[in-house]
Ligand binder design. Structure first.
Ligand code: UFG
Length: 362
């Protein structure tokens, strides 16, 4: 299939482009560049070994989106293009509503205009709010804790209404838990702008000396060691889930909403210690007060994705830490770094790196 990947230069989008290409699909990227680096593109092309057309386009730009759909005949769209920082969304909700919701509406209109009726949407476990019980199943109650979460829930609902109105429209809402890790090559990974708000990139920056110490938000939760428990999932497992869900949607001619997690809860301190083992570095930390809005424990029941399309996470926390560390050590300043050698502590599991025959389309 030929797939439009909106937000394909971002963290999860870039890994999923590789997953699609490995399974024989062709990919066109549309990315506004607002939360991605153009330097991901040559690296992606090198890993993929095939040309990847890239269009710098914002989903809200109706003319650009219409032109894109007029240029290519897409079989499906994968939609990763969204702002995603919870705290930031509380400070500027309108920007989040505009980017995430208006962008989705323009994309859906462009798809409709071109007769493209398959969408894989990046949703989030945030739609469960503070879950009443764990593991969380897809039929758990939905609620909104912040403007970012509202954009994900509203987008799911808009897509649902479209599926009702157009019986031929198919959608896969994929509710991610906590994506971490990086491609085994160390060439692509997560490169947050400014101070990281998520745990794993913060740990990575402490490990390379860019930050002095991790602040652990809360040591008095009713969990195994008092720190927050989450369901961390390797980004390569997550990328594969997109391809599996897309192919299932086509094969079964069905829409789905599924959790993507490992089903295993890991505490902040368990992740810190796993990272120390993987990197051979000590991670300085201090336990401070709880962060507003954080739940004690959130992890998935991922059995529906397995039942429907046979997907199950393969990588454990040690692999997530090893790959996150390799990426960080080879790219201490993210994509601003000219890639360095792989660290000795993470050698052993490497991806085959394809040739570089790509040309820039835009
Ligand atoms: N944490 C720290 N110190 C930090 C950062 C995080 O102790 O510097 C802790 C948090 O308190 C939490 C855990 O590490 O217990 C994970 O926090 P993250 O910020 O990495 O992830 P969250 O689970 O808070 O957020 C993620 C996604 C959001 C999504 C949310 C709910 O990043 O997009 O899950 O699904 F909204």
């Amino acid at each position: 299939m030929r797939i439009l990947v909106c937000g394909g230069a971002g963290y999860i989008g870039s890994h999923t482009c590789l997953g699609l290409i490995e399974r024989g699909h062709s990919v066109v990227i549309a990315d506004s560049g607002v939360n991605s680096s153009p330097r991901v593109i040559p690296r992606l092309r090198r890993l993929a070994g095939v040309p990847i057309p890239v269009h710098r386009a914002d989903l809200r730009d109706r003319a650009a989106m219409t032109a894109l759909f007029a240029t290519y005949r897409f079989d499906a769209v994968l939609h990763f293009a969204a702002l995603k920082a919870v705290g930031d969304s509380c400070r500027r909700p309108l920007d989040y509503f505009d980017n995430n919701i208006s962008g989705t509406i323009v994309l859906l209109q462009a798809m409709r205009g071109a007769g493209v009726r398959r969408l894989v949407f990046s949703s989030s476990a945030t739609v469960y709010g503070e879950p009443e019980r764990v593991p969380v199943r897809e039929d758990a109650g939905l609620s909104v804790m912040n403007p970012y979460g509202r954009t994900k829930l509203v987008a799911e609902q808009l897509i649902g209404d479209l599926c009702t109105a157009d019986p031929e429209f198919r959608a896969a809402n994929l509710r991610y838990f906590n994506p971490v890790g990086a491609h085994a090559s160390g060439l692509i990974g997560e490169d947050p702008c400014g101070e990281p708000t998520n745990l794993m990139p913060y740990i990575c920056q402490v490990a390379v000396g860019a930050r002095e110490k991790l602040r652990v938000f809360g040591g008095d939760y009713p969990t195994v060691d008092g720190t927050g428990v989450r369901d961390y999932i390797h980004v390569v497992d997550l990328a594969r889930a997109h391809v599996d869900a897309l192919e299932y949607m086509v094969r079964a001619d069905a829409s789905v909403t599924v959790n993507l997690g490992t089903g295993r809860g890991v505490s902040v301190l368990e992740l810190v210690h796993a990272f120390e083992r993987a990197s051979g570095r000590r991670i300085a930390y201090e336990i401070v007060g709880r962060r507003a809005g954080d739940a004690a424990s959130v992890y998935a029941d991922p059995s529906l994705a397995h039942a429907l399309f046979g997907w199950r996470a393969q990588f454990d926390v040690d692999a997530m830490c090893r790959d996150a560390w390799r990426w960080q050590a080879m790219n201490p300043e993210g994509y601003r770094t000219v890639a360095r050698r792989e660290p000795a502590s993470s050698r052993g599991r490497r991806a085959r790196i394809g040739g570089s025959r790509a040309v820039d389309v835009v």
